[in-house]
Design a protein around this ligand. Structure first.
Ligand code: ARG
Length: 573
């Protein structure tokens, strides 16, 4: 396939590097967008890099490179500062790129990102705990996880999205004990999750007064593990009711999974890993007959793999999972999108997995921080439980009010639909546009504003651009040519060229916010142009067609970028 966008420049530069006799790799040639148009459209530090390796002066290296460069795609190439090479691209270059984008963005992107082949990633996202309402950190893991899945598919990976439900462990013994002792089945049937949560809390309160209860809970779990029919039935009922609740949220967020293998799925796969760890001498005897893995650093605590009473733990199931994933999909990459609170745990897990040589895949814990609500009503709620359903409801209601009061010409049904799209989009965008490694703030006013880095701003820009295309006399723009353009258009074209790079970087760093930031910049560039120029009433037909082609590319890229974030674009605003 013919190379696209920055990779064309990269290859041209690489050609002259080879001709000039330097020894380096294509990947060493970095091409970046410049900070301002005075320094060209793109720049590379390759001359400095080569000079460092060869002992020559950077400017001399740059000189020898550009004197050989063929100028088919460049308008101008210059040396700047200590040895940067600045590139000005010609109109033909942008025309041919834009025509490809307009013709078929999918093809364009696969040509630009084509370096990934036959790679598989398995990703563990969402993973709420059964019998409890889904918490806010599960919302983060669901939304960040879904976006990473989309991004990896886009860069060419085969992706399996697995929902590793918390559906096994001693807490289910406690819950079953509580149901049997205090539960009223008809009440649970009617209102499952809150009732089950109450029973679970009651168990803990009572167990504080009477520690014998913990033994009863353990005994119930043992019965469950041993396959007692009634206990199994009860457990299945709990899982089913919880899944019904989770699915309501997944439907609203438009999230799906390729497999849902919860912790219980690994129940029958643990004996094998236990036996293997023993045989390899990695699972050694700990206190009172427990099995442990000794830490590398003697100051750390050991990892307990099997309790004294033979019960397995969270880590035992995760080890079985890694082994299973490896066998089932032989992935190159295994990802867990989980709260930073489990950082120590995942380091320990990956360390044990490596010592057991469970997989050759790269294991990555994609961590994220806390969600902080600016709104005190949300943060001071009793018990600190924020119900996701309420967050989504409030987002949709607020967005609906916004849609109604903005003066768009919409029927009430249309305003409701726009409220839904903007509300859910705002929740997602708010999470995905912030760097996941720090805490994520939740500020309704900022999220639902038509100004700044927000979904209403970006959606409005995209829909407005889309409506220009609809109002034109054309439906296909890919045959149009770009006219020589002004600076505001130039900025848009340059930004369009780096879209594949933003996607690639988002994948490498597991950070969807690179795409969000990219889209925000593109929206700002487009608005600057839009507010100062006419498209359909441009001074000439040539100019109109040029602007339509560019607008079509902006719409395509914005829709694609938002889709990678899992955000819909409304038909009308
Ligand atoms: N269900 C767990 C929790 O809510 C998260 C599971 C994370 N994934 C894993 N493979 N351990 O804390």
């Amino acid at each position: 396939m013919k190379k696209k966008n920055l990779s064309i420049i990269q290859e041209k530069v690489y050609e002259v590097i080879k001709k000039a006799g330097f020894d380096t790799n294509l990947e060493d040639v970095h091409i970046e967008k410049t900070k301002s148009l005075e320094h060209g459209h793109f720049a590379s530090n390759i001359a400095m890099f080569l000079a460092g390796k060869s002992g020559k002066k950077p400017r001399d290296v740059a000189e020898s490179l550009i004197s050989n460069i063929d100028n088919s795609i460049f308008e101008k190439v210059e040396i700047a500062g200590p040895g940067f090479i600045n590139f000005w691209m010609n109109t033909d270059f942008y025309t041919s790129e834009c025509q490809s984008v307009s013709d078929n963005l999918d093809d364009y992107l696969s040509a630009s990102l084509a370096d990934v082949k036959d790679k598989t990633m398995v990703i563990d996202t969402s993973h709420p705990n059964v019998a409890k309402p889904m918490g806010v950190h599960h919302l983060l893991s669901t939304i960040i996880g879904a976006s990473i899945k989309n991004i990896y598919k886009r860069v060419g990976y085969k992706v399996i999205n697995d929902n590793y439900l918390g559906d096994w462990g001693t807490q289910f013994g406690k819950l079953i004990y509580a149901i049997r002792t205090w539960g009223v089945m008809s009440a649970i049937e009617k209102n499952p999750i809150p009732e089950l949560l109450n029973l679970y809390v009651k168990f803990h309160d009572e167990a504080e007064k009477d520690p014998k209860l913990d033994d009863f809970g353990r005994a119930e779990f043992k019965k469950l593990e041993e396959g007692d029919k009634e206990s199994r039935k009860l457990w299945e009922f709990i899982v089913e009711k919880s899944m019904d609740e989770f699915n309501k949220i997944y439907d609203r967020l438009n999230i799906d999974f390729d497999v849902i293998n919860g912790e219980s799925f690994y129940e029958d796969k643990m004996p094998a890993i236990l036996e293997y760890g023993r045989k390899e001498g990695i699972f050694v005897d700990g206190e009172k007959g427990a099995w442990i893995v000794l830490p590398k650093d003697p100051n750390d605590s050991p990892a307990v793999i099997r309790k004294a009473d033979g019960a397995t733990l969270y880590i035992t199931r995760d080890l079985a999972r890694i082994q299973y994933w490896n066998k089932k999909w032989s992935p190159d990459l295994m990802v867990n999108v989980v709260d930073v609170a489990q950082e120590f745990y995942f380091n320990q897990l990956f360390d044990v997995a490596a010592r057991l040589k469970l997989t050759g895949a790269r294991n990555v814990h994609v961590k994220f921080g806390r969600m902080q609500f600016k709104d005190s009503k949300m943060s001071t709620r009793k018990g600190n439980i924020i119900l996701l359903e309420e967050v989504l409801n409030e987002a949709e209601e607020r967005a609906y009010e916004l849609a109604k009061n903005k003066g768009f010409e919409l029927s009430d049904i249309e305003a409701k639909e726009l409220g839904r799209i903007m509300g859910i989009g705002a929740v997602k965008y708010n999470i995905l546009s912030q760097s996941r490694t720090t805490n994520i703030t939740f500020d309704w006013d900022r999220m639902l504003s038509f100004e700044g880095n927000s979904v209403p701003y970006i959606m409005y820009t995209a829909t407005r651009a889309k409506s220009v295309l609809h109002k034109s006399d054309y439906t296909n723009f890919s045959g149009f040519d770009l006219a020589p353009v002004t600076d505001s258009e130039r900025s848009i074209l340059i930004q369009l060229m780096i879209y594949p790079d933003a996607v690639k970087r988002a994948a490498e760093d597991f950070k969807p916010n690179h795409i969000a930031n990219y889209l925000y910049q593109l929206a700002q560039d487009y608005n600057t142009f839009y507010n100062g120029n006419s498209i359909l009433k441009a001074e000439s037909e040539e100019l109109m067609k040029s602007r339509l082609l560019m607008t079509d590319c902006v719409v395509a890229v914005m829709e694609d970028g938002l889709a990678l974030l899992g955000i819909e674009v409304p038909e009308k605003m």
